[in-house]
Design a protein around this ligand. Structure first.
Ligand code: RTP
Ligand code: MG
Length: 137
């Protein structure tokens, strides 16, 4: 039997501002992943700090926090075969300037910070992040 898993994805404020929500979402759906939860919201710093707990002490965090709280974003849970790894592959490398063509960041971002999307980096991270964004799921 095929095993399915879930991952937490953010379409960050640059995706919403640039009108790329449909473009990015369609790539996940076209790949075969299923949207099982989705919300459009603007977060405050405390949610950002919880989500990015591994980064809060890093030098790049203050501008990252300003960015992710700068306007509405779309949070979603995607489900499918190897969802965590598949989303990371579709997203591409962190820095849009270095990300491979064909990936979301490689095709659509020129930034190391405003890189359009977030995807959980492990199944443990996915469980932790889904509990933050969708506590009722
Ligand atoms: P994400 O968590 O958003 O899926 O991205 P990632 O795993 O590829 O990257 P990560 O290392 O977890 O960094 C989280 C987000 O912080 C911003 N960032 N800025 N040096 C910098 O200025 C820098 N490094 C990372 C990016 O928005 C990155 O996605
Ligand atoms: Mg990460």
């Amino acid at each position: 039997m095929t095993e399915t898993s879930r991952t937490l994805v953010l379409l960050k404020p640059d995706t919403v501002r640039r009108g790329l929500v449909g473009e990015v979402l369609s790539r996940y759906e076209a790949k075969g992943l299923t949207v099982v939860a989705m919300q459009h919201r603007t977060i405050d710093a405390s949610i950002a700090d919880q989500h990015y707990v591994e980064h809060v002490e890093k030098a790049f965090y203050p501008p990252l926090r300003d960015f992710v709280t700068s306007g509405p974003l779309v949070s979603l849970v995607l489900e499918g075969e190897h969802a965590v790894e598949v989303v990371r592959t579709l997203n591409g490398a962190t820095d849009g300037r270095a990300a491979a063509p064909g990936t979301i960041r490689g095709d659509l971002s020129l930034s190391n910070r405003e890189n359009l999307v977030h995807g959980s980096d492990s199944s443990e991270s996915a469980a932790r992040e889904i509990a933050i964004w969708f506590p009722d799921l």
